[in-house]
Design a protein around this ligand. Structure first.
Ligand SMILES: NC(=O)c1ccc[n+]([C@@H]2O[C@H](COP(=O)([O-])OP(=O)(O)OC[C@H]3O[C@@H](n4cnc5c(N)ncnc54)[C@H](O)[C@@H]3O)[C@@H](O)[C@H]2O)c1
Length: 269
């Protein structure tokens, strides 16, 4: 039988043969992660609530798509069992799915608070809890939780989002120490990107500035002028954390924002 491109890449690369599960991978950062990990030899299972776009990404990276709402606790154990049965184990989990409604402390409704917490915080908790035993049985693994720069700075119009991302960073530290104490060779780290060019950020830019990034005469120049990164900037860090190159990194929060959050500017007003 002629080997497929996925078969061939699984024998080489920085995560060759590893089994990766990525949530919210139909779009943006999750999509870039899926393509990057597959390109470096991982066998990728990706989930999302957006079925058609998710299937398209799976086709593009030779992976498998599973329809999943990460906030639904009942989806997680069957999903992990399926991955272990079909692929022989689980090595990499990227808890990436997310939503970013715009609302501040005075305009956030109780339903919106619970919806955002459900996707980000519950989804990440359910994913880590279900995956760790499977990873431990596979001889260890790497969990990458998507936090945000919103966990470190004050974004008035991202109240619930910021709260969830801060809690994900704190939960990541607790999980990392637990796994270290268990000596199960599972590592857990959090990424904190600044603004990266994805549909989520395009929507936020349009809300704040009234400008559609993709309709600009030169979208690439506009992106650079706005200080917005590219999905590959995050996917490269996901690849590093997923690989053994990062074997001594556990419980870290890694900022990916080209210095945006540490620049000090003196106001003229
Ligand atoms: N883009 C950025 O600048 C940025 C910065 C920091 C953190 N993040 C985080 O990175 C992650 C990905 O964001 P993105 O920018 O790629 O956004 P995106 O909107 O392009 O992609 C998010 C994906 O998550 C999926 N999703 C939403 N709710 C889901 C659910 N309940 N179950 C499963 N899938 C669900 C969506 O369908 C979509 O495919 C999010 O957690 C986001 O908060 C993004």
């Amino acid at each position: 039988m002629t080997p497929t491109a996925a078969d061939e890449s699984a024998t080489r690369g920085r995560v060759a043969g590893r089994v990766a599960l990525i949530t919210g991978a139909a779009s943006g950062l999750g999509k870039a992660d899926a393509l990057r990990l597959a390109d470096e030899g991982a066998r990728v299972v990706l989930t999302d609530v957006n079925e058609q776009a998710g299937r398209d990404v799976a086709d593009a990276c030779g992976g498998e798509f599973v329809l999943q709402d990460v906030a639904d606790v009942t989806t997680w154990v069957p999903l992990i069992e399926h991955v272990v049965d079909a692929y022989g184990g689980l090595d990499i989990l990227v808890n990436n799915a997310g939503i970013a409604p715009i609302a501040n402390i005075e305009t956030t409704t109780t339903d919106e608070w619970r919806r955002v917490m459900g996707v980000h915080l519950d989804g990440t908790f359910f994913g880590c809890r279900a995956a760790i035993p499977a990873m431990a049985s596979s001889g260890g693994g790497s969990i990458i939780n998507m936090s945000s720069i919103a966990a470190r700075v004050g974004l008035s119009e991202h109240l619930t989002y910021s709260a969830a991302k801060g809690a994900i960073a704190a939960m990541t530290r607790s999980i990392a120490v637990h796994c270290r104490q268990q000596k199960n060779l599972v590592r857990c780290n959090a990424l904190q990107p600044g603004s990266i060019s994805t549909p989520m950020v395009h929507a936020a830019v349009e809300t704040v500035t009234g400008l559609n990034m993709m309709d600009q005469p030169d979208p690439e120049a506009f992106r650079i002028a706005m200080g917005i990164g590219e999905p590959i900037d995050v996917a490269n860090m996901v690849l590093f954390l997923a690989s053994d190159e990062s074997k001594h990194i556990n419980g870290a929060e890694i900022v990916i924002d080209n210095g945006d959050s540490v620049e000090y500017s003196v106001s003229s007003s």
